[in-house]
Design a protein around this ligand. Structure first.
Ligand code: ATR
Length: 281
């Protein structure tokens, strides 16, 4: 019988996940469909119960339900529980188990470019939900340090205090981070600054950037943010948010089917949807 997979959020109309996963199901000849459902917060419990009743194979969860879904699931894995957000649910023999593939997806995308985060001095820009998933995941990789720069420094400090994995970290302002930028091997930008339509915005001054450092922006619209253009002009290696998006989806697909899919195929598919002509790699 055909299996159902889904993504739930509000709004959900612009999600690229259905095209990406449906293409993979057909490519790997799996009899399944992946559909988007716009679910209001007050309907979340009914939606989860309904999914369980129909024996859904699994689903993705996006804004604004990533945290609210946790108490509605039968089980949540350790990383997702510590992050406090679930983006992937798997139906494991009738029990719905939640995972977070955002942080691990970011890490896998990073590893496709460089050796990873071990022993690196890292600057994380932003302290919201995406920063939290990335910070907790990178903290487990034994980096030299991960400092967090944020407009609201108290939020960066809260992230550091919340992290259950041991890592050397300091919270600072965006201006302070700009001043000591030469210390960092890896810079990860997780805020919405520079996202379309406000593409002229940039979170910090890159004058002091270390040559040959690696700069990631989790934004993929535009494919090259002002920050990445500036970093690239100053001799840094740059990586946009396509990889994190594709790898979080690849890890979800693997949890559902046991197949780690062809990420190049996924990347091309996503770029086609974005109408993109080039990618930063
Ligand atoms: P997400 O869950 O997508 O990460 P979020 O939780 O709303 O989004 O977090 C947004 C992040 O972008 C925060 O770090 C926020 O800074 P504050 O904690 O100070 O609010 C940052 N951010 C968003 N717009 C910003 C702006 N115009 N200038 C500086 N930082 C901004």
């Amino acid at each position: 019988m055909k299996k159902l997979y889904a993504v739930i959020g509000n709004p959900i109309g612009h999600s690229m996940s259905p095209i990406m996963h449906n293409d993979l199901f057909s490519f790997y000849q799996i009899d399944a469909s992946y559909l988007p459902f716009q679910i209001k917060s007050e309907d979340l419990k009914d939606a989860v119960d309904g999914f369980k009743a129909i024996g859904i194979g699994g689903f993705n969860v996006t804004v604004p339900h990533k945290t609210a879904i946790i108490p509605l699931l039968d089980e949540v894995d350790e990383l997702a529980a510590s992050i406090g957000a679930v983006n992937t649910v798997v139906n494991e023999n009738g029990r719905l188990k939640g995972y977070n593939t955002d942080g691990p997806g970011f890490l896998k995308g990073l590893q496709a470019f460089m050796s990873g985060a071990a022993s690196k001095k890292i600057l994380l820009i932003g302290a919201g939900g995406a920063a939290r998933a990335i910070y907790f995941t990178l903290a487990m990789e034994k980096p030299e340090a991960i400092d967090i720069a944020n407009r609201t420094v108290a939020k960066a400090q809260r992230l550091i205090d919340d992290c259950p994995y041991s890592v050397k970290s300091e919270a600072c302002t965006l201006e302070e981070a700009g001043r000591k930028l030469g210390e960092y091997d890896l810079v990860v930008q997780t805020t919405s600054i520079g996202m379309a339509p406000k593409i002229a915005d940039q979170p910090l001054d890159l004058s002091n950037i270390k040559k040959h450092s690696h700069v990631c922006d989790i934004i993929y619209n535009p494919l090259e943010t002002k920050l990445l253009q500036d970093a690239s002009n100053r001799g840094a290696n740059v990586q946009n948010g396509i990889d994190m998006f594709v790898y979080q989806g690849a890890l979800a697909f693997e949890k559902w089917t046991g197949i780690f899919p062809d990420v190049e195929r996924m990347r091309e598919n996503v770029l086609k949807q974005l109408g993109g002509l080039h990618v930063n790699r």
